[in-house]
Each structure stands twice: as C-alpha cells, then as structure tokens.
Design a protein around this ligand. Structure first.
Ligand SMILES: [Zn+2]
Length: 161
C-alpha cells in the first residue's frame, strides 16, 4: 500500500521520491537508517526497489554507498564499505600515493563521548597487537578535523555487509 504521509513516519511506506534518494545515497545517515530498516522489513518497498533492472540495481547499490562528503584531508573517501556501532569504514584513496586503503572513522556522535573515544583507541591498539595474515594491520591512526580515524590495509573482509 502506497502511503502519502510525511516521510518521517516510517511506520508507513516512504514516498517514492524518498525511496529514490535512499537508493541514490542522498539521504543523511539518520534518514538512511530509518528508510533502510523500513525497506528491509517491508515487502512492498523491497519489491518496488527490486523492480529496478538488475544493472540499475547494481549501480544504485554502489551509488548509495558513495559518501556525501568525500573530502577527508589527505584522503578522498570513495565508497562506504561498512558501518558499525562505532563508526564507518570507507574505501579511501590517499591523494599523494594514489593508493586505496580502508579508513575507519569514529562516528561523529561518539567522538565527544570520552567512553567511546577511549574504546576506539583501544580497538586500534588491539588491532596492532594481533599479528595474523587474516587480521588487517592498522597503518596509521590520526585525527582530522576532530575526527579520530585509523587507516588499514584494504582487504575483502570489509566487503558487502
Ligand atoms: Zn514499505
């Protein structure tokens, strides 16, 4: 059933325009989350999305991972590879090296929470202590515009969901 209600109420189906923005990755994170959780549990919305031809579907799933802000200091954020409780992981290209890395940034809402900031630091340190070919090694940890981030080797463990 197609709802015409305000897109904020995601108890109901989002309007088509909102679904399109969602597919194209043009929603701010909060909206993305609410639309995403609605779509994943709504048969008619997921059907509407599946009506896209496969090539388009592939393209839109790539598109919606393109970060709205791509500038990150020495790095350019290319694609969002994953999202977790503490932050997001991006495929990022070092501007001078021209090489791609996995760059994990602490979630902006958590940056100023000392508890989470400390947890993020510990996570980075524990990564560095595990010496295994199956565990990515952090290569650099720093801060850019007040955002803590860690740069890691880019391998497939960050692949889709
Ligand atoms: Zn729906």
């Amino acid at each position: 059933m197609i709802a015409t209600a305000s897109p904020v109420r995601l108890e109901e189906c989002p309007e088509l325009a909102l679904l399109q923005s969602y597919l194209l990755g043009r929603l701010p994170d909060d909206d993305f989350e609410s639309v995403d959780s609605h779509v994943s549990s709504c048969d008619s919305c997921s059907a509407a999305i599946r009506h896209c031809p496969p090539e388009l579907d592939e393209l839109t799933s790539q598109l919606r991972r393109i970060p709205s802000e791509t500038d990150f200091g020495d790095y350019e954020l290319i694609l969002r590879l994953g999202r977790g409780g503490m932050g997001h992981v991006y495929r990022a290209r070092h501007r001078k090296l021209g090489q791609d890395f996995a760059l994990k940034v602490i979630h902006p809402d958590l940056q100023n929470d000392p508890h989470f900031a400390a947890r993020f630091e510990r996570e980075i340190q524990s990564l560095g202590k595990v010496n295994s070919p199956h565990v990515v090694q952090p290569m650099y940890a720093g801060e850019w515009q007040g955002k803590s981030f860690v740069v890691m080797e880019l391998i497939d463990v960050f692949g889709d969901n």
